[in-house]
Design a protein around this ligand. Structure first.
Ligand code: IFM
Length: 470
């Protein structure tokens, strides 16, 4: 395809499906029982209990305690108090008919500084997994959702190659301890965010800002991923192994060649930077044209380790970014006016999810089966007369599920969808102000109130179960 026809195709893209995926006929792939519908959370965002049962400090404890780093000075110290309320939270999953639960294990809870197991921390996750199994809920465990033990950061964190090997030790311990209880392991959540936001622009922990750091941290994260996949396969062969990438849709502000190239470069920086090494065993050359002089130090054999075969790929999608050329090699954002946005200011753009999924299937011959491991939105929700009327989220979820359905109709192998998030929680640098849950959390009382979106999902899942569409 020439650049002109690519641009024309982009501007002629069909509108997002307005079809309601929650309404039969059951010809929709979403109505098949083997398409999993679940909810997702992450340890630091919900657990609290940061000093209990031998948990060590993480980089997010340090970062959030640093004035000016997190909105309103919020920290994960108490969060949703899930460490103490986990049983009731799992009951919510049942009440809402979710079929799968994606959560993360806090590395600083389960290992001490010398790499020895912390029995109490491990027992917490074992109990959680056993209860999920009793409930018949499929278990998706993420090993690393950004809470690096602080003692490892003190030795260089992800800039230090040794951290990749420590991560493999941690994967080894977890897969020996929890073998048979985890259906699907995910090594890393969103390495792009760990590398770029943590080491490239400093918006996330550990708060360093250097382009060269970002690419080196990414390389060590991916190396840790590859080493961990091998260990997980050896220790827990019956489980599935994958990784979770946040992906971004970049669209061009105009059909000009320069803007179309800018949009492509946006996607190189957001998507190919992670997917090329995982699926092609190489970094995209264009990344280093965007950021000259930032090539990471790669040792012999690293790329083969990183490209270890995956059983599935987790995709997290939230919004699109419209860009134009910066007049040189890169791109600058060109935010469109008059479009729908969420509490985060992110544009609601379900077509972007469909287009990315179909694009990945075209680009990567070896694209593994996909789970949408996160999708959702923040809104300023409050409880009124005992209910939370999150109308915008309901439309958002319907439209994104319709986009997933369209991608499946186009032949992309998608096995399930996890809403982000089960609970309102600690939204990193935005603290508790941004509410992503389908269940509202009153942080003063810790009362949980399912929002209308949760009721809708529950109704859909109950109906689907009753129909039992094979
Ligand atoms: O809350 C985060 C999550 O931890 C990772 N993915 C994006 C979500 C919303 O910003």
């Amino acid at each position: 395809m020439t650049q002109d026809t690519a641009a024309a195709a982009q501007f002629a893209a069909p509108p997002a499906s307005q079809a309601d995926p929650f309404t039969p006929p059951a010809t929709s792939a979403l109505w098949r029982r083997d398409f999993l519908l679940g909810a997702a959370t992450a340890a630091y965002q919900i657990e609290g209990a940061v000093r209990e049962d031998g948990r060590l400090p993480s980089i997010w404890d340090t970062f959030s305690a640093t004035p000016g780093k997190v909105l309103a000075g919020d920290t994960g110290e108490t969060a949703c108090d899930h460490y103490h309320r986990w049983e009731a939270d799992l009951d919510l999953l049942t009440q809402l008919h979710f079929e799968a639960y994606r959560f993360s294990i806090a590395w600083p809870r389960v290992m001490d500084e010398a790499g020895r197991p912390n029995a109490k921390g491990i027992a917490f996750y074992r109990r959680l997994l056993e209860r999920l199994k009793e409930k018949g809920i499929r278990t998706f465990a993420t090993l690393y959702h950004w809470d690096l033990p602080q003692h490892l950061e003190d030795r260089g964190g992800w800039l230090n190659r040794d951290t990749a090997y420590r991560f493999a030790d941690y994967a080894d311990l977890m897969s020996r301890e929890l073998k048979g209880l985890v259906d699907s392991w995910m090594t890393l959540n969103e390495p792009w965010c760990s590398a770029y936001l943590g080491y490239g622009n400093g918006h996330h922990a550990p708060g360093l800002a250097n382009g060269r750091y970002a690419t080196q941290a990414m390389h060590h994260l991916l190396l840790g991923h590859g080493l961990a996949v091998t260990v997980l396969r050896a220790n827990d062969p019956a489980s599935a192994k994958g990784i979770v990438a946040n992906v971004g849709r970049g669209t061009a502000d105009s059909p000009s060649e320069a803007d179309v190239r800018a949009a492509r470069r946006f996607e190189v920086q957001h998507n190919a930077w992670i997917l090329d090494p995982l699926l092609k065993g190489e970094y995209p050359r264009e990344l280093f044209e965007l950021w000259p002089g930032t090539e990471p130090l790669v040792l012999d054999g690293d790329m083969e380790t990183i490209a270890a075969p995956l059983d599935f790929l987790g995709i997290n999608y939230y919004f699109r970014t419209n860009v134009k050329s910066d007049g040189a090699h890169g791109f600058v954002e060109a935010p469109p006016e008059g479009v729908e946005r969420t509490q985060m200011g992110w544009e609601v753009h379900p077509d972007g999810l469909r287009d990315l999924l179909t694009g990945f299937a075209r680009t990567y011959d070896n694209l593994p089966p996909i789970y949408i491991t996160e999708n959702g939105m923040a809104s300023d929700d409050s409880v009124r007369d005992g209910r939370v009327d999150d109308t915008q989220r309901i439309a958002f979820l319907k439209r994104h599920l319709a986009a997933v359905n369209e991608a499946m109709d186009a032949g992309v192998d998608i096995r399930g969808y996890f809403v982000w998030s089960l609970l309102d929680n600690f939204e990193w640098a935005f603290g508790y102000e941004r509410r992503f849950g389908v269940v509202h959390v009153d942080y003063g009382t810790q009362v949980r109130t399912p929002k209308r979106s949760a009721e809708l999902i529950a109704r859909f899942l109950a109906q689907r179960r009753a129909l039992d569409v094979a």
